[in-house]
Write a protein that binds this ligand. Structure first.
Ligand code: ZN
Length: 515
């Protein structure tokens, strides 16, 4: 349903409403029969506007007459987002399959239009609603709110090419339930609590004991069968690009199994639960499935990846993507740290194994700003890359604060210093706080360089987002209201910084688009 913007009744809509100027989002306007639907903003809030037609099934806030035509204004409620997805199905997420995509986490709920513009330009599909359960807890948002924000953004931009919604780092069946109910289309199962990080360092007796104690029933096999299947065997992957031989002896099999066996069992149980929920509630629709072991203590070695892939295959579990832990450091908000040659050798081996087991994507978590590793990722995995970014969109938003509300940024930095000790506990960062200047000593013009270009400053702000966004003072939001106000007042500038940040990522990886 392509609508020429020239036909849209932009001149006939409201110039102001309740004393507030009305901003129109021209790309949003769509016609159904004689009725127009579009997105506008009055003051801080976006609203659906319906011209010349009945509001049903949308909840309305007000109805006016304008030049003899009716104008309904509808608030951005979850019920209205749901009605919008039914009326315009391209505002609902869909599975994206095994071709490259970029995960664009949006902690503020207003960044997605900037992401969409980069993806529209490059033909790489976005995963817009991508939040881990941990992130949602920290920002006090529900899975439904995160998904609804993506729907409104897609409508605003008139983006009909399709997008995914990633329920990230799911650890329990209850996490799955909440995200199935909200309508996600990609499920990232994180079994890292079941990975045995001591496996490499166990003596023979302890290794044997833990090997025998694995949940063999749930794995639907026995220790003896596993030894027969893998030990003293070389698996030849010369058919796949980057030809590889994967060798196991009894010891490497036992260490791989002890390290990842229970994680495979947990992933299987979670995946079966998910499949059941889809049969019951979503009429057997398809979805994307990822397994992530990126948040474990040691890099995933190729033979360990092979073991996991072969076991999942044996259990008939089909992945869309897998996130190994790669060698080197993938810290939040900064470039790759480590030996690039080693990274390349490892990444190529992982890509070969992924190709051999059905061509699932390699998923790169904490993928933002890894500019020195991006060309290797693109070269080795081509159009089978899933690049996840989350926190750097928040940093791009803080740039707008640095430029347009310097004192607000100073206050946020002060608060981040207070919170850092506590907030860093669940993150992998090497921030040197002493290297970051006191905000009172930094001139307005230098704020961006001090806190948003400098690596230590970026990490300080990156990991304290939850504390900043939920801080209260005297019963009111401490920063949020002012922060959102600055972003709304400089909305296009905010989108522009995001778009160029994401174009940099997509272009540095290269090979992500089929078109
Ligand atoms: Zn992750």
């Amino acid at each position: 349903m392509a609508t020429s913007l020239a036909q849209a009744p932009l001149n006939h809509t409201l110039a102001e409403h309740a004393g507030q100027p009305v901003k129109l989002y021209p790309r949003s306007f769509r016609k159904r029969g004689e009725t127009w639907y579009g997105l506008v903003r009055t003051g801080p809030e976006k609203k659906l506007i319906i011209l010349n037609g009945l509001a049903d099934p949308f909840e309305t806030e007000s109805m006016l007459e304008q030049n003899g035509k009716t104008v309904h204004l509808c608030p951005p409620t979850s019920a209205n987002a749901d009605a919008l997805r039914r009326l315009f199905p391209w505002t609902a997420p869909e599975p994206l399959g095994k071709t490259s995509a970029i995960g664009c986490g949006d902690r503020l709920g207003i960044a997605s239009p900037g992401h969409i513009r980069a993806c529209r330009e490059t033909n790489v599909p976005p995963v817009l609603a991508q939040q881990s359960i941990r992130e949602m807890e920290r920002t006090e948002r529900t899975p439904q709110e995160v998904l609804d924000d993506a729907t409104w953004a897609v409508f605003q931009e008139g983006y009909t090419a399709g997008f995914g919604a990633d329920a990230d780092h799911l650890k329990t069946p209850e996490d799955i339930d909440a995200c199935v109910e909200a309508g996600y289309t990609m499920y990232t199962i994180d079994p890292s609590d079941h990975v045995d990080n001591e496996a490499d360092h166990l003596g023979d007796a302890a290794l044997q004991e833990r090997f025998e104690a694995l949940p063999w029933n749930r794995l639907d096999t026995t220790p003896e069968e596993a030894l027969v299947q893998y030990a003293d065997t070389t698996f030849d992957l010369s058919e796949s690009a980057g030809a590889l031989q994967v060798e196991f002896d009894a010891e490497t099999l036992k260490r791989s199994a002890v390290k990842y066996g229970a994680a495979v069992a947990h992933t299987k149980d979670m995946a079966r639960h998910l499949a059941r929920r889809y049969q019951e509630d979503r009429a057997g629709a398809s979805y994307d499935l990822e397994m992530s072991v990126d948040e474990t203590d040691y890099p995933t070695r190729p033979h360990e990846h092979y073991f996991v892939a072969a076991e999942l295959d044996r259990l008939d579990l089909k992945l869309t993507s897998l996130a190994p832990r790669f060698p080197g450091d993938f810290e939040k908000g900064i470039d790759f740290i480590g030996d690039l040659d080693r990274f390349e050798a490892s990444f190529q081996a992982h890509a070969t194994i992924a190709e051999a087991f059905g061509g699932y994507k390699l998923s790169i978590h904490s993928g933002s700003d890894k500019f020195s590793a991006f060309p290797i990722i693109g070269q080795c995995a081509g159009n089978h890359v899933h690049l996840k970014t989350a926190g750097t969109s928040y940093l791009e938003a803080l740039r707008i604060a640095a430029r347009r509300a310097p004192d607000l940024l100073r206050e946020i930095v002060e608060f981040a210093f207070e919170r850092f000790g506590e907030d860093r506990k669940t993150y992998h960062v090497s921030t040197d706080l002493d290297a970051i200047p006191e905000p009172a000593t930094v001139a307005d013009a230098d704020l961006e360089a001090a806190y948003l270009e400098d690596e230590d400053g970026r990490q300080l702000l990156h990991i304290t987002y939850g504390s900043v966004l939920t801080a209260r003072e005297n019963g009111a939001d401490r920063f949020c209201d002012r922060f959102y106000q600055v972003l709304n007042e400089h909305e296009e500038e905010h989108y522009d910084t995001l778009t160029s940040h994401f174009l940099d990522h997509i272009e540095s990886v290269g090979h992500m688009s089929v078109a």
